[in-house]
Design a protein around this ligand. Structure first.
Ligand code: ADP
Ligand code: MG
Length: 430
């Protein structure tokens, strides 16, 4: 090892307590340290945060981290503070701060002790902040959840669109974009919009070999199915996703009545309750969070043992992200999805009053979801193919970890159907 490498491993150990880098982390960190534009595509739990946190802590100046959610930022800043035990090192700049808090953040940046500044895009746009940051020493800009930039992503946020021009106004610094979702389209879109088609691109495998995928028909018995499923896993942590706030409340109640320790989480609850329920889940004061998609982005609970989709998500990116919150520690992660074509029609209806272009994107994404839900092939292969990755369904890691592969009856039936079909064709052609 040369000196720089020794320093790198030393910092990794000293700051984060890790002995090794995970996957592509080391290459990414080096790319950022060398001031290249860098683009990282790694699945949820892949360890993206460290890719910008470590270089930020090693470099001179403040790294600006753009992140879409306040809850997510809080989670990250708490984590990094826990690691570094230095309160100057990470700060959040957003609308929840009062005047004196803002002054404190500013003075910490000016004195150079703030290494990471988390900002929501809508705050960064503010002229006051742009003017201030322009005069500071900025090391680089990290854009977490970078798929929010793309209309082809599952979580498009218009505020992300203007980031390039704002970053330019602040300083001509390198950018590192990070996402767990990148179909080719989203990837191209991100690089183009951020003006970084020259970036070093690092793409990790998306295979989550420890996750088991099952899609079940959604019947009137769905609540009973869910209760039975959870009762077989009492004391284990799980997330249940529902489409609407109303459904979240309903299911949470049904579970509570059935003696399951569940709390609701959705954007209709006040901030205090949301934080409380999130913390309860993280601290294991409850087993189950029933939530809308408002819950989970970036929440780092390693031992979530199952993710249930009461309602199917509107894209395979969302599905992958949400199921990806299970088994982040590499242990068991069961992903159970309830599917009914009626739910697809419902999702189509929701889009009806959106602009035509958006409807078209939405429709195309939904068709992929239908394909996945209805397929009888290896689900992992289907999913990975969607992300532009070939999966070896014989020898690939986790090859037998889905309902289609485990349930020989279904396979048998499918084969019988083919045989019947073949004989029909034969008979008719004879
Ligand atoms: P992502 O943002 O890609 O979803 P995170 O950055 O939240 O992933 O990291 C996921 C988990 O991996 C965290 O618990 C983190 O502490 C852990 N982790 C990251 N890098 C390493 C490493 N080099 N060694 C061990 N654990 C790591
Ligand atoms: Mg992350």
């Amino acid at each position: 090892m040369n000196k720089e490498q020794t320093d790198l491993y030393g910092s990794l150990k000293k700051i984060f307590g890790f002995n090794k880098f995970k996957g592509l982390q080391e290459a990414v960190v080096n790319s950022v340290l060398e001031n290249h534009n860098t683009f990282v595509i790694m699945p949820t739990g892949g360890g993206k945060s460290l890719c910008y946190q470590l270089p930020a802590l090693m470099k001179e100046g403040t790294a600006i981290v753009i992140s879409p959610l306040i809850a997510l930022m809080k989670n990250q800043v708490d984590a990094i503070r826990g690691i570094s035990e230095n309160h100057g090192i990470a700060h959040v700049l957003n609308s929840s701060l009062n005047k004196s808090e803002i002054a404190q953040v500013k003075s910490d940046i000016e004195s150079g002790i703030t290494k990471l500044l988390y900002v929501a895009p809508e705050s960064l746009i503010k002229e006051e902040y742009v003017d201030f940051l322009r005069d500071q020493k900025i090391s680089f800009v990290a854009i977490d959840e970078a798929h929010c930039i793309s209309e082809w992503g599952h979580d498009f946020r218009p505020e992300y669109r203007n980031l390039r021009s704002i970053i330019k106004q602040i300083d001509n610094v390198p950018i590192i974009g990070l996402t767990a979702t990148a179909t080719e389209k989203v990837q191209e879109d991100i690089l183009k919009t951020l003006g970084m088609t020259d970036a070093n691109v690092f793409k990790a495998s998306f295979n989550r070999a420890n996750l088991f995928y099952e899609v079940r028909p959604k019947t009137k018995e769905v609540e009973k199915d869910i209760i039975r499923f959870i009762k077989q896993r009492l004391g284990k942590s799980g997330i249940i996703y529902c489409l609407s706030r109303k459904k979240v409340e309903e299911i949470a109640q049904v579970l509570q009545v059935n003696g399951i320790n569940a709390v609701p989480y959705h954007a209709g609850l006040d901030a205090k309750t949301r934080v409380k329920h999130q913390d309860m889940f993280l601290m294991e004061d409850c087993d189950v969070v029933v939530a809308t998609i408002a819950f989970g982005m970036g929440i780092d609970k390693p031992d979530v043992r199952y993710v249930i989709h009461h309602d199917i998500p509107k894209s395979l990116e969302s599905y992958y992200q949400e199921t990806g919150r299970a088994g982040r520690d590499g242990g068991e992660g069961y992903c159970l999805t309830f599917y009914s074509y009626k739910d697809i029609e419902k999702l189509e209806k929701f889009m009806a009053n959106k602009p035509v272009a958006e409807q078209e994107v939405g429709h195309a994404l939904l068709q992929e979801v239908v394909g996945y839900a209805e397929t009888s092939m290896n689900r992992r292969k289907y999913l990975l193919h969607y992300f532009g990755e070939e999966f070896d369904e014989v020898n690939g890691e986790g090859a037998d970890m889905d309902d289609n592969m485990r349930n020989p009856k279904k396979k048998h039936e499918a084969k019988d159907e083919v045989v019947t079909l073949l004989s029909v064709i034969k008979n008719t052609s004879e």
